[in-house]
Design a protein around this ligand. Structure first.
Ligand code: UDP
Ligand code: MG
Length: 339
């Protein structure tokens, strides 16, 4: 199963003495968007797994602007337990940003990102922690099977990873989602990456350190429906490509180059027709040549400018990634307000 992972990135042995704390605290970050049907169940199973494994843990639920009863349920969950924090965002910012908010607030020695719908089995977390104890900084779950998902979803997901891997500068492990454990130093690195268009799984790969894969079987959604319609999947794919690649911009220059080459053929043809044959229209040659040349050159210049503008555009937006409506939890959790 390990062959789904990328060589070079993978199975780099952890440091001999990773210096992991003796009794670590594990933060579990759960982004939730309209998950009223599952959230209580998820919490029960998650808390049970973590306590049974004898882990010292905190669970951070991020309510990503849900419009159903999710926030109410989270409030209840929080009130019943000391080690629960709830961050409510001011509106729906999307899965990736909600997870980022959770990472910002996580205080543990390692952070686990997990979906709220129980598609990622919480039972894998103790194994992730074991890998982390061996010295790995990022332990990412690799889906060996995906139960209960339409063949369309599977096909688009596969296309998504292949496309990103072709275009992107960072190799993205195939079939790895966001279910992963991240050591606090990698989390620290992620916190410094404030880009607006984010694909966390690619960003955690970019961070480097010691990474390893952990195969698991992805189950079907416990209840409720997917919050990732095709539109959001396409947006996510675009983020993955544009944030980690300038190939689309180069494509413009490439098209310009092809057009210029075609223009050259046209130019040769026009000049030959003018000099060697009798079939030419007076004044046509120069017009033909200049319009072809200008057209081609414009594309090249546009491409070059696009290259720069794309970079400036990415840097220029200094907006906060998310806004917090309220934070529920123990005082020391609420005091963690970061960034
Ligand atoms: N999610 C979120 N904000 C959104 C969409 C989704 O926080 O705008 C959460 C959702 O509650 C779930 C996780 O992200 O915990 C993954 O979403 P979903 O299960 O709908 O995606 P799928 O598994 O179908 O790809
Ligand atoms: Mg899901």
């Amino acid at each position: 199963m390990m062959d789904t992972a990328i060589s070079g990135l993978n199975d780099r042995r952890g440091a001999l003495n990773p210096g992991r704390p003796k009794s670590p605290v594990i933060s579990v970050v759960v982004p939730c968007f309209n998950e009223e049907e599952v959230i209580l169940h998820t919490h029960k199973r998650l808390a049970a797994v973590l306590s049974d494994a004898g882990l010292d843990f905190e669970i951070i639920y991020v309510d990503d602007g849900s419009s159903d009863q999710t926030a109410l349920y989270l409030r209840d969950i929080q009130e019943q337990s000391e080690n629960i924090g709830v961050i409510r965002l001011s509106r729906n910012f999307g899965h990736q940003v909600a997870a980022t908010a959770g990472l910002d607030y996580a205080g543990g020695d390692a952070v686990v990102l997990i979906d709220a719908d129980l598609q990622d089995p919480p039972e894998m977390i103790p194994q992730m922690v074991e890998k982390w104890k061996e010295g790995y900084d990022v332990v990412y779950g690799v889906r060996t099977s995906r139960e209960g998902e339409s063949s369309f979803k599977l096909w688009t997901a596969r296309a998504f990873y292949r496309l990103i891997n072709t275009l992107s500068e960072v190799p993205l492990p195939l079939d790895a989602g966001d279910f992963r454990l991240i050591d606090r130093r990698a989390v620290g690195a992620l916190r410094q990456m404030r880009e607006r268009h984010r694909l966390l799984r690619a960003m955690t790969t970019w961070v480097g350190f010691h990474q390893t894969a952990l195969p698991y079987e992805r189950s079907k959604r416990f209840a409720g429906t997917s919050k990732y319609p095709l539109r959001k999947m396409i947006a996510l794919a675009l983020d993955g490509i544009v944030s980690f690649s300038v190939i689309p911009l180069r494509l413009i220059s490439f098209v310009g180059l092809i057009l210029s080459l075609l223009a050259l053929v046209g130019i040769i043809y026009a000049v030959t027709a003018r000099l060697m044959t009798d079939s030419w229209v007076p004044g046509w040659t120069l017009l033909f040549i200049s319009s072809l040349m200008i057209g081609g050159l414009q594309f090249i210049f546009l491409g070059i400018m696009g290259e720069y503008i794309g970079r400036i555009y990415g840097e220029a937006k200094q907006r906060p990634l998310f806004l917090v409506l309220e934070v529920l939890g123990p005082q020391q959790f609420r005091d963690r307000q970061q960034s």
